[in-house]
Ligand binder design. Structure first.
Ligand code: ARG
Ligand code: ASP
Length: 659
């Protein structure tokens, strides 16, 4: 059977050496990579990474709140993640007189640790290849129902390689996760949107939580009677530091990559989708920024929105630059040409042509959907009661109206004349004479008359359009340019690739399942003749310090510590000077969702927390280029230094196992 031969090919392929440091590997299938990992400096075994029979590293890694990773660092359930992952929790506990975002938060005792409704973490209990079970006729629902063990576990069946392989993932979810500590944003988000996706970086992007369980160590809803969770496994902390060339490994939940797509899909991202979305967001950010600059209260009010909009905006720009400079689409086209030559006379001979035809068919459909999401669906139509009751709403009206006008005009410009446009939108524009005039009308209704018929018709029209586009694409699984037909074609294409390209190291695209990536600490050539070292230090923070610039306003406490050279046990000598290391670069293949992931040395000790990538290296979602793709981590020694010296929370460090 086809499936059997795929498995056979897969097994032989897995034995071949990996290319560079590309790859996000399934932990249960890591064994064939161990030799390569050991050659790079890994000292442990596959069983240390993933085991169902005994405690392994996987028991110390969690999916944190559905979009980030976290890791256990003490026998009492202490967890590290990023500041930007804990941001929502920190913000919700903040208010006048206790602004933890600005000032930081340090629980002085277990009683002061703050519960967070709706925040959960998930441990992977086990993962099983269920490809055979599915082809034997069992349904995913049946497999899931059996695995949840009467509700004790969460389970999901995830497709890998466009469905050529499927895995069952069984998770145990803990719902009592409390905030323990967070540095002030001027440390945890130092450099903010200016430095985001940029190296050299000086962000102390960490926050500390603790998982609580019932007296039997089982998951439980929040209760004051809950006790700290006792993990099967937690990471020891290395204070030895990192050097260029050292082995690094990342264990976490990468969200979404598309490594196998053809040149047409790269071209869509690089030349159609990203540029349009960047352009819309540039306009959106200009409106938000003007409001922020006009009024200090609005600067704070729009901060989270600005950060969210700017994050992808900046990422896409880096992605376009990376893809175009590295010629990814051309390389892919050449690869596809060679594949097609090879495929002559086989069952794969038409697949690239069919892929091309389907890409061309669906691009306008998918584009209409993307622009709809970026514009009309990004607006509050109508506003929630909560938004309207906000004390600052009155002051936001000109900004909000400007956003409506701009977004309506952008939707009109990109999609207005397409057959995939929202019909009701078209009628509105005709009726009021222009997209802007229609925007004014809808904005007025959105803030005054939520139940108005005209509002309702537009909202329904948008929902219907969304459903129609999905139907046209034939699939609900739409993280990227995709359709039911593309899914089938890619599944076939990948089977062909495995036969064609036997040296290639195949790993499934990221899909928010647990993965291992490994590589080394490494700088890179940023530009001709310009090498970027892999490590930053406190000196760089002081060099950026500027009380006039919000993003670079170093907290006074940190200035004082630096002035006094009071680094305690965290000071190290670098280039003949005492300092504290802050961030470092490595070659691990990561993506969104890997934020908060532990970065681990060859002995399985945590050396840092992953939080970002360099700008152009965001192309790694489509092609991992070892010359430029680097992930950015905060050095664990900086985390410990901040906890100790800025937070005065050395008792948290006492809980950890320092090596
Ligand atoms: N770029 C990182 C990631 O995609 C960090 C974002 C948070 N920081 C920020 N300044 N917005 O999530
Ligand atoms: N900053 C990203 C995250 O939040 C990580 C990345 O895209 O490299 O997951």
């Amino acid at each position: 059977m086809i499936k059997r031969s795929i498995l056979a090919v897969l097994c032989t392929l897995a034995l071949l050496p990996a290319a560079a440091d590309e790859g996000m590997w399934l932990p249960s299938l890591i064994a064939p990579r161990i030799k390569d990992m050991r050659a790079k400096g890994f000292r442990l075994t596959a069983e240390d990474i993933y085991s169902v029979n005994r405690a392994s590293m996987k028991d110390a890694v969690v999916l944190f709140g559905g979009g980030c990773t976290g890791e256990l660092v003490s026998a009492e359930g202490l967890l590290l993640t990023n500041h930007h992952c804990g941001y929502g929790a920190i913000q919700r506990h903040s208010g006048i007189g206790h602004d933890y975002l600005t000032d930081g938060f340090w629980a002085r005792s277990r009683e002061e640790e703050l519960p967070n409704e709706g925040l959960w973490v998930r441990f992977l209990v086990r993962m099983d290849d269920v490809t055979e079970r599915l082809s034997a006729g069992e349904t995913a629902q049946e497999i899931i129902a059996e695995a949840t063990d009467g509700g004790r576990y969460k389970a999901a069946v995830e497709r890998m390689y466009y469905g050529n392989q499927s895995f069952l993932f069984v998770y145990e979810q803990y719902d009592d996760v409390r905030l323990v500590a967070a540095p002030p944003s001027s440390i945890g988000n130092f450099g903010s949107d200016t430095d985001n996706w940029i190296w050299p970086r000086h962000t102390g992007d960490f926050s500390v939580f603790r998982i609580y369980a019932d007296r039997d160590n089982r998951p439980a809803k929040y209760s004051p009677d809950n006790v700290p969770y006792r993990p099967k496994r937690y990471f020891p902390v290395s204070t030895k530091g990192v050097r260029e060339g050292d082995f690094t490994m990342i264990y976490g939940f990468p969200g979404n990559t598309q490594q196998f797509v053809t040149a047409d899909a790269v071209n869509y991202v690089q030349n159609i989708s990203d540029p349009a979305k960047i352009d819309i967001r540039t306009k959106r950010l200009a409106i938000i920024k003007a409001a922020q600059q006009s009024d200090p209260a609005l600067r704070i009010h729009y901060a989270a929105q600005h950060a969210g909009v700017a994050n992808a905006w900046k990422k896409w720009q880096g992605e376009v630059l990376g893809l175009s400079r590295r010629g990814t689409a051309d390389k892919k086209r050449d690869y596809e040409r060679r594949f097609t030559e090879w495929a002559a006379g086989t069952q794969y001979q038409d697949v690239t042509a069919e892929l091309r035809e389907e890409h061309l068919r669906i691009i306008p459909v998918y584009f209409a959907r993307e622009i709809l999401n970026e514009t009309l669906r990004a607006l509050p139509i109508p506003y929630s009661a909560r938004a309207l009751e906000h004390p600052l709403f009155e002051r936001c009206i000109p900004t909000e109206q400007a956003l409506f006008r701009m977004m309506f005009a952008e939707y009109e410009r990109h999609i207005g004349s397409s057959e995939y446009a929202v019909g009701e939108f078209r009628r509105g524009v005709e009726r009021y004479g222009s997209a802007e005039a229609y925007a004014d009308r809808i904005f007025e209704l959105a803030r005054t008359d939520a139940v108005n018929e005209e509002i309702k018709t537009l909202v329904d029209g948008i929902a219907d359009n969304e459903a129609a586009l999905r139907k046209e694409l034939g699939t609900a699984a739409l993280r990227n340019l995709n359709s039911a037909r593309l899914d089938e074609l890619y599944a076939r294409y990948l089977r062909g690739l495995r036969e064609f390209d036997r040296k290639r190291a195949f790993f499934p695209d990221a899909n928010l399942t647990l993965r291992v990536a490994y590589g080394t600490v490494a700088g890179y050539e940023y530009a001709d003749g310009e090498y970027h070292k892999p490590q930053t230090t406190l000196a760089g923070i002081l060099a950026k310090d500027n009380p006039e610039v919000y993003d670079y306003n170093v907290p006074q406490r940190l200035r004082d510590i630096c002035a006094a050279g009071d680094y305690g046990r965290w000071g190290v000598e670098i280039d003949g000077r005492k300092t504290v290391p802050v961030c470092f670069l490595a070659t691990n293949h990561t993506t969104g969702g890997n934020s908060g992931s532990p970065i681990i040395n060859g002995r399985g000790e945590i050396i840092g927390i992953n939080f970002d990538r360099t700008w152009r290296s965001t192309m790694s979602d489509l092609e991992f280029d070892p010359a430029i793709c680097r992930n950015i981590s905060v050095d664990i020694r900086y985390v410990l230094f901040i906890i100790d010296k800025v937070g005065g929370a050395g008792y948290l460090i006492d809980e950890m196992d320092l090596r």
